[in-house]
Design a binder for this molecule. Structure first.
Ligand SMILES: [Zn+2]
Length: 206
């Protein structure tokens, strides 16, 4: 057990019981271990797989993790991504996992939060984890904008950080929630422009 786990004992994001998964002891939580991944086509070359609808206890858990530093949920969230990978038959489909980079000072902890989830998933799946994009300009936070504004705002937001590595790679981008899809589509385009062979996305909620 890591020092981090001792300081922040892993817990079920939906009821708070100590466990490194979604707990199996209450019927409601157990139902959240049965995942039928939601598949959404973003472009002709990119799809996004998601575990849950963004509502109820799932929405609350994701918000608490992001904005209230409920780091104890990381292990359980990681298991959920693993279930999506399993159920959607994504094992061996990708060479590298990456996460959407963050722009804002207020969100500076966010990237580490995502990394804390993705790294164990990568280790479990035997896939490399690598940060492949950097923020390329300052911008307005996406969640403050409407759908059309988001699309415009997302353009040119990210740059590929290691084009020579990206060339020919099959990449899975991790994010917490997909709403309009503008951010993930932009990230996928950046990676395709850098020579990626295949880019798809995975989120906890849609
Ligand atoms: Zn629970």
């Amino acid at each position: 057990m890591s020092l981090f786990d001792l300081l922040f004992p892993p817990m079920c994001p939906y009821c708070g019981k100590q466990t490194d998964d979604v707990c199996e002891t209450c019927a409601h939580c157990r139902s959240l271990t049965e995942i039928a991944p939601h598949k959404r086509r973003l472009t002709d070359k990119t799809v996004c797989y998601s575990a849950y609808e963004y509502e109820g206890v799932v929405r609350r858990a994701i918000i608490d993790y992001k904005y209230k530093n409920h780091s104890q949920y990381a292990k359980s969230f990681a298991k959920t991504y693993q279930r999506v990978i399993e159920q959607a038959h994504l094992k061996s489909e990708y060479d590298v996992y990456t996460a959407v980079p963050t722009h804002h000072h207020a969100e500076r902890g966010r990237f580490d939060q995502m990394k804390r989830i993705v790294v164990p998933v990568a280790r479990f799946e035997g896939v490399e984890y690598k940060q492949l994009m950097t923020p390329s300009r300052k911008t307005t936070a996406q969640h403050t904008l409407n759908r059309e504004m988001r699309k415009e705002n997302a353009k040119g937001l990210y740059a590929a950080s290691e084009p020579q590595y990206i060339e020919g790679k099959r990449i899975l981008i991790f994010d917490d929630v997909i709403t309009t899809g503008a951010t993930l589509m932009e990230c996928a385009e950046v990676l395709y422009n850098a020579g990626a062979a295949k880019v798809d996305c995975i989120t906890l909620a849609w």
